[in-house]
Write a protein that binds this ligand. Structure first.
Ligand code: MN
Length: 357
């Protein structure tokens, strides 16, 4: 494979590096800038919903022991007309691109049921979007239990329902997305030229690593390890050699991967025993085929690192509603020590380009 100059990350330039570097240093030393007088316009990409049927089938994860907190989450997942819009308005979020919460369709064992549930959820979401096209967009749920049906459902969601891409909640029946069975899905994703949001899902089994330590399960750590690993399976499994134009979105500030680019290259080259051409390095693929969102990480250090490692045009604002507080996320990005140009890109400009809004 050869690289072309526009395939790599858009480098931010020496002045940009200095500005962000200074900002990263500042973040460690000084408080963030005072609360902005006006909110930056925002588009958010990791914003979840459920349906009564998905709830009834137990396809909605429970990330808390607290019944009151979970009841509030469930209420917000099913709401599109009141609580959600109020939270968006307060945070300056013009548009939320909605997706079925985890594990959603990926948690269903039976293929035919999954196909039916995905269509139903996508149709329900299409109704919500049609009612308020200025405020809501859609990411399709895909019944990957049946890869051919998943490819067709993606096509239907994009071409008929007007969705912007798909969101996949981790593995499906023990299969990760680098599996050859999913080649027809990736082929369709690339042909349709839409992004796929790779979101945490349930682990296929409980690894010994988490045995007896339930605190590490779920979003505290297991989901990060599993989703970062899932992304790396695609990187090392040759998916991007076969489909070089795929665009994958990772939430949670990149599931720790932006901090590891140098080490991934270094240890992989040691493993193969020779230095690799730039195009074959994991860091090149991660910078070329991946975008990351700020969902669930309201912390200036990781933000500065993500911008430096991935490029400012690869980082997009998101909340992870209703599991995170929209106002906390908004205050974080509005108060981050960034130039107005970089902040506008992260808050809405990059999303407009990626989703063609
Ligand atoms: Mn989420």
């Amino acid at each position: 494979m050869t690289t072309t100059s526009n395939a790599g990350p858009r480098l931010i330039g020496r002045r940009g590096i200095v500005a962000i570097g200074a900002a990263a240093g500042l973040a460690a030393l000084t408080p963030a800038r005072p609360k902005a007088a006006t909110l930056t316009h925002k588009i958010a990409l990791e914003e979840h919903f459920s349906t009564p049927e998905l709830e009834k089938r137990g396809l909605v994860a429970r990330p808390t022991r607290n019944d009151t907190l979970f009841a509030d989450i469930e209420r917000r997942l099913l709401d599109f007309d009141e609580l959600r819009l109020a939270a968006m308005d307060k945070a300056g979020i013009d548009m939320s691109v909605l997706s079925v919460t985890t594990p959603g369709i990926q948690g269903e064992k039976d293929a035919a049921t999954a196909v039916r549930l995905a269509k139903h959820a996508n149709d329900a979401l299409a109704g919500v979007v049609q009612k308020r096209p200025q405020r809501y967009g859609g990411f399709a749920a895909l019944p990957l239990q049946d890869p051919a049906a998943a490819a067709d459902e993606l096509q239907r969601a994009i071409t008929q329902l007007g969705f912007k891409g798909a969101l996949i909640n981790g593995q499906t029946n023990g299969h990760y997305l680098d599996d050859d069975r999913f080649l027809p899905v990736w082929e369709r994703v690339q042909a349709l030229d839409v992004p796929v949001y790779l979101h945490p899902g349930e682990l296929p089994a409980e690894p010994a690593m988490f045995a007896g330590r339930p605190q590490l399960n779920g979003p505290v750590w297991a989901w990060t390890a599993d989703t970062g690993g899932h992304a790396l399976r695609l990187v090392f499994g040759g998916t991007f050699q076969r489909f070089p134009r795929l665009k994958i979105i990772l939430g949670h500030m990149g599931e720790t991967l932006p901090a590891l680019l140098w080490r991934l290259d270094s240890r992989y080259q040691l493993q193969v025993g020779e230095s690799l051409a730039e195009a074959q390095r994991p860091s090149t693929i991660l910078r070329r085929n991946f975008f990351i969102t700020t969902s669930g990480v309201c912390d200036h250090g990781p933000l500065a690192n993500a911008i430096l490692q991935m490029g400012a045009d690869r980082v997009l604002f998101s909340v992870d509603y209703p599991y995170e507080d929209s106002q906390v996320a908004a205050e974080f990005i509005d108060g981050a020590p960034l130039s107005d140009e970089v902040r506008a890109g992260i808050c809405h400009g990059n999303a407009k380009r990626l989703l063609r809004l």
